[in-house]
Design a protein around this ligand. Structure first.
Ligand code: DGI
Ligand code: FE
Ligand code: FE
Length: 197
């Protein structure tokens, strides 16, 4: 880990000033869940802690600021991304931590960028952050206990469960589904089937 990574007690006040109380609690909880999962599956605990606390760092800034950060970062949104404003905070967050916070670690940057959609070929850290976001302590949805159980038994199985929920929910709401989410679903599914045989 290089000098580009600050201490947690520097990131906490930083994100606290960028979001409301609920989102701050969520961020801290995701960070804690990410460390637990990292311990269990052998990911880098420090990176999990940092990526977890920063993953939603751009969730509550105005939309035009999200778009500005994205374009300043040299990223051109595809047609689905242009029509899915919920995806912007993850992309903007990855640019923000790289260009404004000076985080150079590609794995942390990707864990933030793909925490909402997932993608094919995710690293262990990316999967840890994606899953931690679904099981953080304040989360309360009907299947959260099943999701938590799966998360601590088989990370890919938990990811599949989360993706099933998200993809079903998006199509029911007639919202665009990003190809990264579909690619992630297929990738996880095919790898799980391989593990079974
Ligand atoms: O930021 P959080 O609320 O903690 O969680 P998140 O980053 O997973 O965001 C969840 C939202 O993102 C939820 O409203 C569904 C939406 N989302 C996830 N994948 C896709 C998506 N929206 C669209 N349009 N397309 C996707 O593929
Ligand atoms: Fe998010
Ligand atoms: Fe989140």
């Amino acid at each position: 880990m290089g000098r580009d990574i600050l201490n947690m007690n520097e990131y906490l006040p930083l994100i606290k000033g960028r979001m409301g109380e609920r989102r701050y609690i969520h961020s801290v909880n995701v960070s804690k869940s990410a460390v637990e999962l990292a311990k269990l599956y052998g990911a880098d605990e420090k990176k999990a802690e940092i990526a977890g606390v920063l993953h939603d760092c751009c969730k509550e800034i105005p939309r035009d600021e999200m778009l500005q950060i994205i374009s300043d970062g040299g990223i051109i949104l595809d047609i689905v991304e242009q029509n899915s404003s919920k995806l912007w905070h993850a992309i903007a967050g990855s640019v923000y931590i790289r260009d404004k916070l000076g985080i150079a670690d590609e794995d942390i940057i990707n864990a933030v960028r793909y925490h909402t959609t997932g993608r094919a070929g995710m690293s262990l850290l990316e999967k840890v952050i994606f899953t931690a976001d679904f099981i953080s302590a304040e989360r309360d949805y009907p299947d959260v206990d099943i999701m938590r159980k799966k998360a601590f038994e088989d990370l890919d199985d938990a990811m599949l469960y989360a993706l099933q929920f998200t993809l079903k929910n998006l199509s029911e709401r007639k919202l665009p589904i990003h190809s990264d989410a579909v690619d992630c679903y297929n990738d996880i599914l095919i790898n799980l089937k391989k593990k079974e045989t």
